[in-house]
Design a binder for this molecule. Structure first.
Ligand code: 4AD
Length: 457
């Protein structure tokens, strides 16, 4: 269907005085004695385009003023004196698809919670228009960042036989339904599709390391799955995961890469989505734009885990969860560090080895690993990162201490036998950084179809 994007008409003065065809959905409609007005949105921009009809020459067809109806309008682009923009002087209007009065978006503003009940409709609101344009721009920026810096994009498998994080959060994949005919679990798995237990990958890291040992610098960008039973505003069971893996990089090198990448992506959103950021600033987070400018301008803080624990203890704050060396930081602690103490993104480095994954490089102190989490105000952790243990014996020792089956990780261990090098990588939760950039406070509102415990609409 030949037509022009509303974004193009709004952004290009050459259309003034020209006849165009626009298609879109009715956002608002009103009538005066001689004229009718329709605000049309086609999704290409946050801004609507006003369609003006002169009743003495044009009769609007039935349904043209129904909220949510789809229209095709032919008309002339003329200046709109009120908002310094343009509008369409309609010559003809066709209703492509009517929307009866039970179209759910009749009220101007609806609660985000209410909108979550209708994921197929909520995308038509301004909020989701803005969120998903930013999401798209950020995805492109991430690819560009890595592509322009010599990384190879690899697609790691989603079906896997090994649990990367070892946290027991893997969804099981099976073609065998409920059944009592098997003797035991072993018999059951032997008869299943892969002849062994299989699941959905929680991370592409292990295969990413394989690729990094060949291509030097790689990244993945795809979904990861976590069967975490945590019903929080920051967890979904299916999230998008960006995982670079870099050979010959030690912890300070990968920290510099992570910071550079985040600054690059935020700069790009600020340049390409000013209207969307204005919208988020007004509706969701006062000070959002200044916050993002600060991220671009300032160095992130780097803080030893041991020092962070001392600072939390010294804060005098009453936290729900205990603060003790050797315990993991909970969201309340992470947020206090980044929101109250540093007021900017913070890398916490060198965590106790017992609370981190088996693959992390063991530090010389025998107690900590060369790992870091990047915490940001308002969200908490957005990146999990580490230098990897490149020494075969130390890696085996760490796996044995966790009672892991070495046989399942034969290929991974081979990487330490054949040309092992220092290497590092991280995982950025895509939805988490979108929350940070948009000010949206619930992860369910930055992904098209959130999958959470007990909910898979
Ligand atoms: O810290 P995580 O578990 O690290 C890994 O998976 C490493 N294998 C990454 C690597 O080094 N290649 O997860 C990385 C990030 C977290 O910081 C968080 O942003 C995001 O993934 N994430 C989630 N996002 C949404 N919902 C969940 N359930 C998430 N779990 C992790």
């Amino acid at each position: 269907m030949k037509h022009t994007d509303i974004r193009a008409i709004r952004e290009n003065a050459d259309f003034l005085g020209k006849e165009v065809t626009v298609c879109g959905w009715v956002r608002t409609a009103r009538d005066s004695k001689n004229m009718f007005f329709v605000e049309l949105n086609d999704g290409t921009t946050l801004q609507h385009l006003q369609i003006v009809g002169d009743k003495s020459v044009l009769t609007a067809p039935e349904g043209a003023n129904h909220l949510g109806a789809a229209l095709r309008v032919v008309g002339t682009v003329v200046p709109n004196m009120q908002n310094n923009g343009v509008e369409i002087n309609a010559a003809s209007i066709e209703v492509l698809g009517d929307a009866p009065s039970d179209y759910p978006l009749q009220k101007k503003f609806q609660k985000l919670e209410t909108l979550r009940e209708m994921p197929h409709i909520r995308v038509r609101t301004n909020t989701f228009n803005a969120v998903f344009r930013v999401r798209s721009v950020m995805a492109a920026a991430l690819h560009r960042y890595f592509q322009d810096n010599g990384y190879t994009y690899v697609h790691t498998p989603l079906l896997t036989g090994s649990d990367c994080e070892g946290a027991g959060e893997m969804f099981q994949v099976t073609t065998l339904g409920y059944n009592t005919e098997y003797k035991n679990a072993e018999d059951y798995y032997a008869n299943d599709f892969f002849g062994q237990k299989a699941g959905l990958s929680v991370s592409g890291q292990l295969e990413g390391e394989v690729a990094a040992m060949a291509f030097g610098k790689i990244y993945t960008f795809g979904p990861s799955f976590r069967a975490e039973n945590s019903n929080t505003p920051r967890h979904v069971a299916e999230f998008w995961h960006i995982e670079p893996e870099v050979a010959f990089a030690e912890l300070p090198d990968i920290i510099a890469i992570a910071q550079d990448m985040i600054k690059y992506v935020i700069r790009d959103v600020m340049e390409k989505c000013p209207a969307e950021l204005d919208f988020f600033e007004q509706r969701f987070e006062k000070g959002l734009k200044a916050k993002l400018q600060g991220v671009v301008d300032e160095e992130f803080a780097i803080v030893e885990y041991t020092d962070a624990i001392a600072q939390l203890k010294a804060s005098g704050m009453k936290f729900e969860y205990p603060v003790e060396w050797g315990l993991d930081l909970q969201t309340e602690h992470e947020r206090y560090i980044t929101e109250e103490i540093y007021k900017k993104p913070v890398f916490i480095i060198n965590y106790p080895k017992d609370i981190k994954s088996f693959y992390m490089k063991q530090n010389a102190d025998g107690k900590t690993v060369a790992a870091t989490d990047l915490l940001v105000p308002g969200v908490g952790e957005i990146i999990g990162c580490s230098e990897r243990e490149a020494d075969y014996d130390k890696l085996v020792e760490a796996m044995k201490a966790r009672h892991m089956n070495l046989d399942d990780y034969r290929d991974y261990l081979d990487l330490r036998r054949f040309g092992s090098v220092p290497h590092s990588g991280f995982g950025l939760g895509f939805e988490r950084i979108i929350m940070y950039v948009t000010g949206m406070s619930n992860i369910r509102d930055v992904i098209l179809y959130p999958r959470t415990v007990g909910s898979i609409r």
